[in-house]
Structure formats: C-alpha cells, structure tokens
Ligand binder design. Sequence first.
Ligand SMILES: *Cc1c(COP(=O)(O)O)cnc(C)c1O
Length: 405
Amino acid sequence: MQNNRLRRSKPTLSVVSDVDLDCGPIPCFKPAIGEAEIEAVISCLRSGWLTSGPVGRQFESDFAHFVGGGVEAVAVSSATEGLEIALTALGIGEGDEVITTDYTFSATALCIARIGARVVLVDIDPITFNIDPARVEAAITPRTKAIIPVHFAGLPCDLKALNDIARRHGLRVIEDAAHAFPAKSDGRMIGQNSSDATVFSFYATKTLTTGEGGMITFGDPAIAARARRLRLHGIDRDAYLRTEHTAADWRYDVVEPGFKANLSDLLASIGIVQLRRAWALHEQRAQIWANYDDALVNLPLTLPPKGPAGDIHAMHLYAIRLTKASPFGRDEFIRQMRERGIICSVHFIPLHEHTYWRRALDISAADFPASQDAFECEVTLPLFPEMKPAQQRRIISAVQELLGG
Ligand SMILES: *Cc1c(COP(=O)(O)O)cnc(C)c1O
C-alpha cells in the first residue's frame, strides 16, 4: 500500500448499506476457493472414484515434492487423526509420557490421551508463544517418549534446540504443523523432517484447505508405510499387491487395529489445486501482514514476532498482543471490533482453561504463567488471502480508533 494514512470508517454498523460491500461483516478467516478447485471436485465426481484413490496418491506425491527432501507424505482425514496415527506409528502408547505445550488447540494433547499415554504440558516462550525448550528438558522423566511442538501462528519453533534435546534423551519429535504451511526453518521446509513426523491440517481456516483433511510427512519410509496401514483399519493391502495378487483382488488382511482416517479423493482434488497456489496465497498473506505491521506501530500493542532472517513464517494468524497501556482488555476490544463488523478471535484458550484438562491433569493457570499472560492479551485479527484493501483499511482504522485515543 503506498498510502498508510487511512480513511476513517463510520464507528457503528447502523450505517451499513447494501450497496457498499466493504461495510459487510469481515470474517476472521475465509478459505481461498477459486474456479479451479470447483472444477477439480466436479471432475473427481465425474470420474466415479470418490474415496481414497489415484487423486489422493497424486496429492501425496505433490505435497512430498513441495516440502522436498525426499519425504513420504501420508494424507489423512484431519491433523487430529494424523497426530494420533503418527504417535501410534512411532510405537508410542499406553504408559508413555508425551510432552507438549499448554498453549495450543486441544487436539495437540487429545491425540496423546486417546492412545493411552500421559499428557505432560509445559509453558511457552513469552515472545513467540512457542513451546519453551528449557521447560521441555526439565519435564523429561524415564517414561518420556516424545515431544509435540506447535509452530504457533506459523512461526517455526526452535527445532534445533528441540531436536537436540530429543537426541540426547532418545525421544521422538512430532511437529504439530497445523499452522505452518508453507514455512521454513534453518534452511529446511517444515515437513522436510528434521524430526520424526510432521502433521499438517487442511481444516477450513488453515492456509491450505480441503475443508477437512491433513497430511503427515515422514523421513522414514517404514514408519510412513505403517501410518498408511493405520489410517485405513490396519489393512495391509500393499503386502498383497507386492505378491501374486493384483489390484483387482478382493483379498485383504487386517494386521493391526487401525483408524478410519483416510482422505477422500474429492477432498484431495481440492488439495492438489491449493498446493499449486500455495506460494501465491502466501504472498497475498505476506502483503496483508506487512500492511498491518506498517499501520499498527505506535499503538499499545505488540506486533507478532518475526522469525530469524532466512526463515519463512507461514503467516497463518496475525496475533497481536494488547499491552498494559491498552484502554481495553481483550474481551472488550473484541466486542468493540465486533460492533464495527469485524470478527476477531483468540488463539488459544490454553488447555489449563478447559474443564477436562484441568481435572484430568490437575493443572491451573498458576502452572503456566506465560501461557496465561498470552491468553489474556492475544487477539487474532482477520487475515485471509482475498481480503480487499478496503476491508483491511476498515480493520486498521477500527484498531487505531480503539487503541489510538
Ligand atoms: C487446527 C489445529 C489442529 C487440528 O487440525 P484438524 O485438521 O482440524 O484436526 C491441531 N493443532 C493445531 C495447533 C491447530 O490449530
């Protein structure tokens, strides 16, 4: 934007008129679905093959190629299922302990509890809101088997430190990369697997979406093969295909109790198109991000942190932090924004705030001071590739009006 001196919008919704499209409510997220995605679904419908098949295999191979490094990509029905499958494929289960962050979506911890392992939560770095490696190390016991870091908002975690801890203690690392596509850390794309597995989400709000869906990348083809089996009932069909049987054969063998978490070709067909657009969509996000950064300085808020030079931030969430000098607390700020037709969100409601996790793990806010502080001041502003300049001007004016006075 060449001009950062922005037009003030009217402060209330009562002035909304049907002819001024820019005055309608602005959602926090909006999937970038174009004609090519629609055509791809129609063509899949016409093909007659709707469940997992050739389109899904194409999506997996395109995705693996995109992140590079010769990884195996395994498409799944969601990141939640993907995390559970990755843990299981890596041999983690009953009686084991897995360390993750308090400041995440519940699915990151739920996958651990669902496989009968013990959830161990640790606090975050107060600047990045990513898991604090020092606290991870302090939480390790003889039962610890794995670490699940989350790349909050798309900013890569300190994978070097985490992988170093994991190596020294013989632990697995499974990245929750639900926010981190496309992203790069320390010269490698997230998913290129400096760790044991990386799990991406294609949920409707994420940077690449298939409506619902996910992908796991593995460096080890044997673990990937087990994940492929686990995602579809534990059926070892590949073993049959390798022998005298053919693809047309009716015979299959269940070799372990698996999940039902395959991705249908209908959804994979959307993913193939989204993947082709990934860098263009990232560029649009980067432009909107830069506009916010330029316009929101000198207000009582902290801008989202940037990563080290050379890294790539996926820019999934524009997460501002209101400072003590802000005239409004988080709740009132969000309410005021909503009154102006702008929908903000909060990432995250930390796990210690949820009834189940509080009771199951006997935890409270006092155990996670940095996470609690983050929760109290974080606001996610709308960010989606197709945001119109006029929409962003309205959002910026509203923030300036509320915090600038
Ligand atoms: C969205 C999200 C998930 C879950 O993704 P699904 O594909 O909806 O299962 C997991 N972890 C984090 C951090 C997320 O934001």
